[in-house]
Each structure stands twice: as C-alpha cells, then as structure tokens.
Ligand binder design. Structure first.
Ligand code: TXA
Ligand code: MG
Length: 351
C-alpha cells in the first residue's frame, strides 16, 4: 500500500484534505495526523479491526493501550466516566497536551484499552486534529506515529518515513509545536504516569493540588508491576548508543578528545561550544535554559543521529523544571539509563 500524502496548512487548511482523511477513518483505515505534541497514527476507536491495524503497523505489543482523542467533552463522556469533582477543571483545561486516565465505559473495543478497566482520553490543541475527529464523527485512537521503541515523529517527514507503506493517508502539517508527547495523569490516583508537554506546575495550578510523582515515571520500574503499561517497554531508542552526561562540561572535552570525530553530541549550545572540532557533529537543541526549544528539537535530533554513522552519542542532563521533567524522562530512556553523574564515571565507562 502507498499512503496518500496530503500537505496541509494549519492557518489555512484545505478542508477537502480533512475530508479525505476523515473518510479514510470512517472506512476503518489508518490516518497519520498532526497534533500539538507529536504526530499520531489514528483509527476509529470504535472499530476493533481498524485499531488492531495500528498495533500491526507500529509493531506495538497488544498490552500497551492507546490514547483516545476526542473533539469535545461530550465525546469524552461517551467513553469515560469523568470524575464529578474534576469535570469543570478538565473542561477548562482542554484542549491541551494532557491525557487523563479515567474509568472506561464499556463503549470501546477492548483492543483499545488492552482489556483494562480504564481508558486514556485526550483533546488535542491542534486545529487539524480537532477538525479530523469532528469530521470523522468518532473518537480517534492514536498512539505516537513511530515504530515501537523508536523516537516519536515531530514532523510530517518523520511520519512519512515510518509509515508511507502501512497507512492510508498522511496529513503533513510540518513541525509539531511541543515536540514531546502529552502528559499522562491518572485521575483515579492523581498520579503523573508520564511527564509531558503539560507541566506539573500547570497541573497543580489547574487542579489546586500537586500530582504524585512516581519513581517509575522516570524509567523502567524495578520489580513492581508497571502502572502505565507503556513504562515497561524500551522507548525512544536510536540504534546509536546514547550516553547521558551530567558532570563538569569543562572536563568533557579532555575525555572525548580520544574519540575525535567518532561521536555526535546532542545538547545545548553552551556545551556544544566546548566540543567543537572534536565531535563528528554537534546537534544543538537550544540554549540550556530554553527548555521549550530543547523539548521541541529532541526527537528530531535522535532520529537524525542514526543517519550520521557515529560510534556513540553524548547528550547532557537538564534541569527538571517545567518541560525539563519530560526532557529528562525521554533522555534517560533514550540512553537506556546509561547516565553518568561525573566526568570520572564516563571516563571509566569509555575505558
Ligand atoms: O502526545 C501524545 O499523547 C501522543 C499524540 C499522538 O496524542 N500520543 C501518544 O500515545 O504519545 P502513545 O501510545 O505513544 O502513549 C500513550 C501512553 C502509553 O505509555 C500507554 O501505556 C499509556 O499512555 N496508557 C494508555 N492507556 C492507559 C491506561 N488505561 N492506563 C495507564 N496508561 C495508559
Ligand atoms: Mg509513543
């Protein structure tokens, strides 16, 4: 199969393209579409066989449930029980890059929820995504548009590379606004399951209480059953080995000089300047304090990394303030927790 690739302009969308994509959803086909976080690979959430095709296209384990995207709160009420005490707040927050885990009503096929009694629901803050859901007339189940374990797509181009042969329509609206996935908040326990583009401070402000943070949120859980099924799987992993460094960046140059032109650096402008001339390439995410840019550029850089033929990649830690919590969560996972807190630890590892 060859996907129909439709370029679409967010500020002046060609409605006939939304129409084509919505028709595909209604027929039980797959559509890649933009959201404000990352691209999604979507199907009619009420159609079990269409949803099964998502798992196949992504090579996603069937016990990792999908997020259901809605265009208005009425649609959410049809599939989930919104706790009364949170209804007003949620209505006020949405559309936004936050997904809520709520008790599921029995309206969706179990393939969507992987048989759990809860469902993940989100109303994206992206005009194309909202028009697509509205026009389809059905909630759209959509995980991030990447092959399982690989970095998520933050532009139409990445999604086309991943899925041009396995979906029916790709709506390409260019780069994503946030570039990092939505925050996942479990409303039953008020626990943050995945840090994302809606910050912990924003949650606290809106709900008047701070969500619980789990150690598990930051990576693979030790021996406990993962609370969010997605947590137990490898994620965001380029084929190139990624090493996460937190130590003194002045010492980094002297450690890495032995590996001249053999490694790629992904990180801040400030640290990149210390490695010029010795790295194979510096991929600059932004200034160290500009965590919005760091988040936006992260996945694109991890995807680019694999085309550079480096022996390894050095990346660096960031403050966990605002978007930093999500950035560090993704970096820890991308590095498979190869996280060096001092220059000495990195030096020992590299040998
Ligand atoms: O920004 C986003 O959220 C993007 C765009 C496309 O909306 N979607 C996305 O979906 O990132 P996905 O499938 O890549 O991540 C969904 C996460 C997974 O970690 C999954 O395990 C978790 O949400 N999840 C889904 N249903 C759940 C449930 N009932 N209970 C706990 N976790 C759930
Ligand atoms: Mg994903």
């Amino acid at each position: 199969m060859k996907a129909k690739i439709l370029k679409i302009n967010r500020s002046k969308p060609d409605l006939s393209k939304i129409h084509t994509a919505a028709n595909a959803i209604r027929k039980g086909n797959l559509v890649v579409f933009p959201t404000e976080t990352v691209y999604g690979i979507g199907a009619d959430a009420t159609n079990a066989s269409a949803c099964r095709r998502i798992f196949k296209a992504k090579n996603r384990p069937s016990d990792n449930p999908l997020i259901v995207h809605v265009s208005d709160i009425k649609m959410a009420v049809e599939i989930a029980i919104i706790p009364k005490k949170y209804y007003k707040t949620i209505d006020g927050i949405w559309p936004a890059p936050i997904t809520f885990i709520m008790k599921a009503k029995k309206t969706l096929p179990s393939v969507v929820t992987s048989g759990l009694s809860t469902v993940a629901v989100r109303m994206p803050a992206d005009s194309i995504a909202i028009s697509l859901i509205r026009e389809s007339g059905a909630p759209i189940a959509a995980p991030s548009a990447n092959i399982s374990k690989k970095p998520s797509s933050t532009s139409g181009k990445h999604a086309i590379d991943y899925f041009k042969k396995s979906v029916d329509v790709i709506l390409d609206a260019g780069p994503s606004k946030f570039g990092i996935e939505s925050t996942v908040l479990d409303l039953l326990t008020f626990t943050l399951l995945r840090p994302g583009a809606f910050t912990t401070d924003e949650i606290t402000k809106a709900f008047g209480r701070r969500p619980k943070l789990l150690k598990e949120t930051e990576g693979v859980s030790s021996n406990k059953k993962p609370i969010s099924p997605g947590m137990k799987y490898k994620h965001y992993s380029p084929d190139t080995r990624v090493l996460l460094f937190e130590g003194d960046t002045k010492k980094l140059r002297s450690i890495l000089i032995k590996y001249k032109k053999r490694f790629v650096f992904i990180g801040s402008k400030e640290t990149a300047s210390k490695l010029s001339g010795i790295s194979k390439k510096n991929i600059i995410l932004g200034r160290k304090s500009d965590r919005k840019s760091i988040a936006r550029n992260l996945f694109r850089s991890l995807i680019e990394l694999d085309s550079l033929g480096a022996e390894f990649c050095i990346t660096e830690s960031f403050s966990e303030k605002d978007y930093g919590l999500a950035i560090m969560n993704r970096l820890k996972k991308a590095s498979g927790h190869k996280y060096f807190r001092t220059a000495g630890e990195l030096e020992n590892y590299l040998g």
